[in-house]
Design a protein around this ligand. Sequence first.
Ligand code: R5P
Length: 291
Amino acid sequence: MIVPGSSSQSLAAALAEETGRPLATATYDRFPDGETLAAVPGFEGDSATVVATTDSDGAWVELLQLQDSVREAGADRVTTVIPYMGYARQDRSFGGGEPVSARAMARAISTGTDRVVLVNPHESAVADFYSVPVDVVDAASVLADPLPALHDPLFLAPDGGAIGIAETVRDAYGSGETDYFEKHRDRETGAVTVSPSDAPVGGRDVVVVDDIVATGSTMSEAVGVLTERGAGRVIAACIHPMVAANATTRLRSAGVDRIVGTDTIERGCSVVSVAPVVAEAVVADAVVEEG
Ligand code: R5P
């Protein structure tokens, strides 16, 4: 059965459809003291695929409970799909007694599963923190699907780390150039500045591609620079549309034409699903098991 976390309802349903597997109905309750109680009352079968994005602290607790619920109900094989892995950006200690948060989370999740599927974690190396096998799925190509017809397109990464994603989207779209900005983030204030590349943008449609829009600082800075430099439509595309707090209004103020995201985090701008690519990993995993 496909077992959804509360934040991955649509994606889990789409994944059930893609794989032909039954969709469980989980319940998510709270005790009066605030503790979480996630359960899967109608679970049947001996294998479970828990699909739960971890976009909040509560979502991590819920995921651990869903893993345990299906074990308790008889599942002897558990696959855990984490469409968006929170804390993945704290993949090393930055000093001052800070933890490696991604490692702490991975260790906890590994205790309740036989396998993990991650969708575009911030760095693939985060997979090494798990003590069970991990499939890292690259879903960037789906971002090309909702793009309109573009004029002389430029696919631009707001920093060097996202250039691979920008190239994948360009390849999936079928034409256009790629380039990237240099980014600096002040760790104290979170303020972002970008140094534009030399690529001419005047009158061109520019798709700014990143793995995540969180506070929107990076994306709005890039969009603002492109708008000032006379770009045509500037489209913000990301795999993980966290769009926390005022990110949407910051992007609109900067002049963005539209925001395009996937359903790894379910938001209003989640206009395309990663279900087809995640389904491939889940089904391939099942074939290995049966073999
Ligand atoms: C950083 O390396 C990431 O790829 C994103 O650019 C960043 O995490 C986005 O965060 P925010 O929206 O807060 O600028």
